[in-house]
Design a protein around this ligand. Sequence first.
Ligand SMILES: [Zn+2]
Length: 179
Amino acid sequence: MSAMDEFPPATTTTAAGTAPAGTAPAGSTPAGAAARDLPWAALAEAATAAMRKAYVPYSNFPVGAAALTDDGRIVSGCNVENASYGLTLCAECSLVSQLQMIGGGRLVAFSCVDGDGNALMPCGRCRQLLYEFRAPDMLLMTVSGIKTMDEVLPDAFGPQHLADAGRAGAGTTEIGSST
Ligand SMILES: [Zn+2]
């Protein structure tokens, strides 16, 4: 399946609330109808637009990410490299930073693309970043179709473990959603 097959061009770049629902790729998914109702095309377009802002003078491997929040906003991010290579920030880093800066919230759908617009898997660290801000039923567009957060990061460590240990002051329901 080519990138364009997976990510048909969206007809608008406006916020998710006015964006048409995209057509999810065919294929089995545990989320079924819910996945098809998500604006995957708009997310791919937002991710591609973010990708074009990437700062990648060293790898020349731009990445863009976009996600839909539980109240209909689209947040996005691009990778930002650094001369001290190890400090490079993935696109998901700026995505979750933007999310927090514009009021927080939960992510319900996520898409990540490479420089050609092809679906790209979040790296291991970024799966953890996404897990922190996921809605319970968050879905991700991946190289092998739509997946749940649990499928891409099974048995994840998360804020619930700190809460269980009595070390989360605000309680898990507040973590990641402060305004
Ligand atoms: Zn990453």
